[in-house]
Design a protein around this ligand. Structure first.
Ligand code: GBH
Length: 482
C-alpha cells in the first residue's frame, strides 16, 4: 500500500466529439471529424462515426451521476467549437450551445466537481478548415477570439483551462498523414506548419487570459502535450542520440517554444529538418522559424504542463534504412526506427504497458521544461470490452506506482491525475471498436446504457482511500446499478 500525496487531485476526462453525439442538432455545424467520417468512412476502422456517440448531449445528467459515484475531484471535458460558435468566428454565439455548456458547468459545481475545460480537442469547425485550418497562421486570431468568448461566458466559474489538446496528433496525424482528420497527407510539411501555428494560437489564448481575465477570474491556463516517452534501444552512443532526437520531435517540438528558457523550436529538430530539407533541394527548411518577437511572445505562456501519457518507444539508428518512410516526412526526419521491445501489448497496439516510461517522461518534463506544475491530463488503457477489466486496473496501478516514484524520488511537481476515460467513446480512427471507459457504454441500446466496470469501482476506492494498493489479484466485485 502506498499513500497518495496529500492534495493530489484525481479526476477523469472525455472530449466533446467522442461522447456528445447530436452532431447536427439545432445550429451546430460540422467539424473536421464529421466531415471525415461522413465522406470517408473507410478511414475509420469499423466504419462508425460519432453522429450519436454516447448521446452525452442528451444524457449529460447521467454522466454527472457517474462522476458523483466515482467521487472525482474534477472532470476534464471539452467544448465543441462549432456547437458554441456555428460560424467558427466569434460573431455569433449559439444560444443552444451556450445553454448546454452553461447548465453542464452549473450542474458539476452543484455537485462539488471542479470543471476543467479543454477548449480544443479536435472539434475544428469545417468552415475554418476550408480556409486552411491549423495550416493558416490566422488561426491564432480565430482561436484567440474563441477563447475570449469562453472566458467571458464561463470564466466566472471555470478556473482551469486547457487550451489545446495534443498538438502532435492534430498536426502530424491530420496534416502530415491521413490517419486523422482532416487527413491532408502533406507529409514532411503539414506537421511543421501546424506545430508553429498551434503554438502561436495557444500563446494568443494565454495572453488574452493573462491580460484581460486573470485579475478578476483568478484561474490557470495551459496547454496539454502528448508526452509518450522515447529513448534509445541500447546505451550505444548512436542509439542514445536517436532517443534524444526522438523525444525532441515527439514532445520538444511543442514544449520547447513554451516552457524552455531559450524558446523557439528545439536545436535537434532545427538541425535535422534543416539538413534533410537542404539535401532534398528545398530552398528553406521545411520547419518554419519563429521570429525573435514570436519567441518572446510564446515563452512562458503556460501556467502548468498538461501531460498526456500512454506508452513509450525505443529508438535505434543503426538499422534505419532511408526509404522506410515517405520522403520527406516527420519519421524520415527523425531518421531512426523504433521498437516496443518485449513489453506486454495491450489490446490496442499503441498502448504497450511500460510503467516506468511515465516516470521517465515526468522527469524529462521536470528537467527540460523548468520544473513546471504538472497536471496529468490523460492516462489510460484500451481493451476490446468486458466488465471485468483486470488488465486496465493493472495498468492504472502500475502507472500510478511509477508516478508516485516520480513525485517522491525525483521531485516532480505533479498536481493532478486524470484517467482517460469516464466512458467508452468514439476512439477516433478506431471508431467504437476500442474501449477506454471506466464505464461500459452499450452502443446498441438507444438509451446508451452505462455500466460500471471493475476499474470504475477500483478507481472509486482509490479516490476515497487515497491509498494505492498494489495487489493485481484484487479485482472489485461488479455492481448492478450505480
Ligand atoms: C489521446 O490521444 C486523445 O487525447 C484521446 O482523445 C484519445 O481517446 C485517447 O488518447 C486514447 O487513445 O507507443 O509510445 O507511441 C492519444 C494519442 C498517440 C497516445 C500515440 C498513444 C502511442 C504511444 N496517442 N500514442 S507510443
Amino acid at each position: 500500500m502506498r499513500k497518495l500525496p496529500q492534495g493530489l487531485k484525481l479526476g477523469v476526462a472525455t472530449a466533446a466529439y467522442q461522447i456528445e453525439g447530436a452532431w447536427n442538432f439545432a445550429d451546430k455545424t460540422p467539424n473536421i471529424w464529421d466531415t471525415l467520417c461522413h465522406n470517408n468512412p473507410e478511414s475509420i476502422s469499423d466504419g462508425t462515426n460519432a453522429d450519436d456517440a454516447c448521446k452525452s448531449f442528451e444524457f449529460y445528467k447521467r454522466d454527472i451521476d457517474m462522476l458523483k459515484f466515482v467521487g472525482v475531484d474534477f472532470y476534464r471535458f471539452s467544448i465543441s467549437w462549432p456547437r458554441l460558435l456555428p460560424n467558427g468566428f466569434a460573431n455569433k454565439i449559439s444560444e443552444i450551445g451556450y445553454e448546454y455548456y452553461n447548465n453542464f458547468i452549473n450542474e458539476l459545481l452543484a455537485n462539488n466537481i471542479e470543471p476543467v475545460i479543454t477548449m480544443y480537442h479536435w472539434d475544428l469547425p469545417q468552415n475554418l478548415q476550408d480556409l486552411g485550418g491549423w495550416a493558416n497562421p490566422l488561426i491564432a486570431d480565430w482561436f484567440g477570439d474563441y477563447a475570449r468568448v469562453l472566458y467571458k461566458l464561463f470564466g466566472d466559474r471555470v478556473k482551469m483551462w486547457v487550451t489545446i489538446n495534443e498538438p502532435k496528433q492534430i498536426g502530424l496525424m491530420g496534416y502530415g498523414m491521413t490517419r486523422m482528420a482532416p487527413a491532408l497527407n502533406a507529409t514532411g510539411i503539414g506537421e511543421y506548419l501546424t506545430a508553429k501555428n498551434i503554438v502561436m494560437a495557444h500563446a494568443r489564448s494565454w495572453h488574452i487570459y493573462n491580460e484581460e481575465f486573470r485579475d478578476t477570474q483568478k484561474g490557470v491556463c495551459g496547454i496539454t502535450i502528448a508526452t509518450d516517452f522515447r529513448e534509445g534501444v541500447t546505451d550505444s552512443p548512436e542509439d542514445l542520440e536517436a532517443g534524444l532526437d526522438a523525444i525532441e520531435f515527439e514532445v520538444g517540438l511543442y514544449s520547447h517554444p513554451i516552457f524552455s528558457s531559450k524558446g523557439g523550436f528545439p536545436e535537434r529538430v532545427i538541425k535535422r529538418v534543416g539538413a534533410r530539407s537542404a539535401e532534398q533541394g528545398y530552398p528553406n527548411s521545411r520547419l518554419p522559424e519563429f521570429t525573435p518577437e514570436e519567441i518572446e511572445y510564446v515563452k512562458g505562456t503556460s501556467d502548468f504542463y498538461g501531460f498526456n501519457h500512454y506508452s513509450s518507444k525505443f529508438y535505434t539508428r543503426s538499422a534505419y534504412k532511408p526509404g522506410t518512410y515517405a520522403i520527406p516526412s516527420y519519421d524520415d526526419d527523425i531518421g531512426a526506427d523504433f521498437t516496443y521491445l518485449d513489453y506486454e501489448k495491450g489490446a490496442v497496439p499503441h498502448v504497450t504497458v511500460i510503467p516506468h516510461g511515465i516516470r521517465k517522461a515526468l522527469t524529462w518534463v521536470k528537467d527540460n521544461c523548468n520544473n513546471p506544475p504538472i497536471f496529468i491530463t490523460e492516462n489510460g488503457f484500451g481493451t476490446f470490452g468486458g466488465l471485468k477489466d483486470a488488465t486496465r486496473i493493472s495498468y492504472y496501478r502500475r502507472y500510478l506506482d511509477s508516478i508516485l516514484d516520480a513525485i517522491e524520488q525525483d521531485g516532480c511537481n505533479v498536481v493532478s491525475y486524470t484517467a482517460w476515460s469516464l466512458i467508452d467513446n468514439f476512439e477516433w480512427s478506431s471508431g467504437l471498436s476500442i474501449k477506454f471507459g471506466l464505464f461500459e457504454v452499450d452502443f446498441d441500446d438507444e438509451n446508451r446504457k452505462r455500466t460500471a466496470r471493475a476499474s470504475a469501482l477500483w478507481y472509486k476506492k482509490l479516490i476515497s482511500t487515497r491509498m494505492l494498493d498494489s495487489n493485481d489479484d484484487d479485482i472489485p466485485e461488479l455492481v448492478e446499478h450505480i
